[in-house]
Design a protein around this ligand. Sequence first.
Ligand SMILES: Nc1nc2c(c(=O)[nH]1)N(C=O)[C@@H](CNc1ccc(C(=O)N[C@@H](CCC(=O)O)C(=O)O)cc1)CN2
Ligand SMILES: Nc1nc2c(ncn2[C@@H]2O[C@H](COP(=O)(O)OP(=O)(O)OP(=O)(O)O)[C@@H](O)[C@H]2O)c(=O)[nH]1
Ligand SMILES: [K+]
Ligand SMILES: [Mg+2]
Length: 450
Amino acid sequence: MNASDTIAAVATAVAPGQGGIAVVRVSGPAAEATGRSVVHCPGRQVCGSHRVMYGHVIDGEGRRLDEVLLLLMRGPRSFTGEDVVEIHCHGGVVAVQQVLERVLAHPGVRRALPGEFSQRAVLNGRLDLTRAEAVSELVAARSRRAAELAMAGLDGGIQAKITALRERLLDQLTELEARVDFEEDLPPLDGDALLDGLQQVRQALLTLVADGERADALRSGLRVALVGRPNVGKSSLLNRLSRRERAIVTELPGTTRDLLESEIVLEGVPITLLDTAGIRSTDDAVEQLGIARSEEALATADVVLLVLDGHAGWTAEDAALLARIPEHIPRILVANKADLPAGALPQPVDVQLSALEGTGEEDLVQALLERCGAAGTEGVLLALNERQRDLAATAAAALGRSQEVAAQQLPWDFWTIDLREAIRALGEITGEELTEAVLDRVFSRFCIGK
Ligand SMILES: Nc1nc2c(c(=O)[nH]1)N(C=O)[C@@H](CNc1ccc(C(=O)N[C@@H](CCC(=O)O)C(=O)O)cc1)CN2
Ligand SMILES: Nc1nc2c(ncn2[C@@H]2O[C@H](COP(=O)(O)OP(=O)(O)OP(=O)(O)O)[C@@H](O)[C@H]2O)c(=O)[nH]1
Ligand SMILES: [K+]
Ligand SMILES: [Mg+2]
């Protein structure tokens, strides 16, 4: 990748379809010249930064391809920090591609790689890494909560927190290094205060990691499988939670034969509900295939709702199904048909409800949000992503090691090794320590044009 290249891409939605307007974005040294040569503006040829010009994109023979607006933003006052032009054209798929082709035909201009605009913004100091990642997360957000978390990152919350912790460590490193170099000339170091400080930073990092893990459910959503014996009311419950008649419900056991998905949002958390075939032994070949899928869903879901018939009570088949849920998967025992007289429930259940009448639904939603770690996350606004969490955990581990070194009364310079490692890891979160590998890891996941 060469920073002296000028890059171009369609910045608006690229999936097949039409939008009213589409934007072709160009960034780099040749951006302004490209904009001026591709777009012919009548009369007002002189135009300043952050101003809009009206004109036409013409092809090689001078034919008009589109009527557009041209926006010029001169570096460093632009998103990338370089000269940027945007051509705002009509949104038809063909028109946009023709405009992009005209732009790419200009000398020195090539197609942008995924995330390359944002990468340049980072390299030019316009954005730190956590903000760039937040932009990408905002674009990908599938729910209001996920978008909220991304905005908190975009506003610089993660950067500010990590930078503050890193600076505390840098201060301590300075103190320690001064002792290593000029032991005799300085007052003795307060080892306890230093250790205290390390412990506080370590604790703050561990909290950030845990909060980020909880927030992942909000960001990426959850797969929740409804599993149970035939006729306990799995499909009825799916329909109730989905607020529509998504699945067929009949009084015949074995009605659901295939896996059925329904996307819902519970308190801002995106959830994929999976309705499954009732599990029982059967000679029906089609039903057997459906049951095999149920068992796969049971083993791969993020949360299992084991549905039972509260009227019939707890049965040996329910116990067998409960035993089949892999240990690491959170489960919720739901006794359905609470509108009918209750049968015997020797095994305590988490929620009693009636899919028919809707009673108890709120309890189920709360239990679900709790099991997936999404309950009580309203205040968790600093949600580190996986990359950031790995690095925060690396830093916390390094601080843990320096605490051990202190406990063994080893000399100061032993502490500094781990302290430096922690500082490096935190710097990698915000991009203060940038390497090619970090850039690749972060930006390869962006979409084109971002
Ligand atoms: N048309 C368009 N809309 C967009 C973007 C864009 O690049 N183009 N953005 C891209 O993600 C976002 C907005 N981000 C931007 C960030 C900085 C500047 C910019 O030119 N900043 C200058 C001027 C600020 C000012 O005049 O006060 C600067 O910071 O110096 C522009 C867009 C969302 N909407
Ligand atoms: N009284 C009562 N009946 C219910 C309730 N929920 C479901 N039913 C009835 O139970 C029967 C089976 O419901 P389904 O939703 O098809 O059950 P299922 O678990 O999906 O059944 P299979 O797909 O065959 O495994 C239907 O007649 C429903 O109307 C409930 O809360 N109360
Ligand atoms: K049924
Ligand atoms: Mg069903």
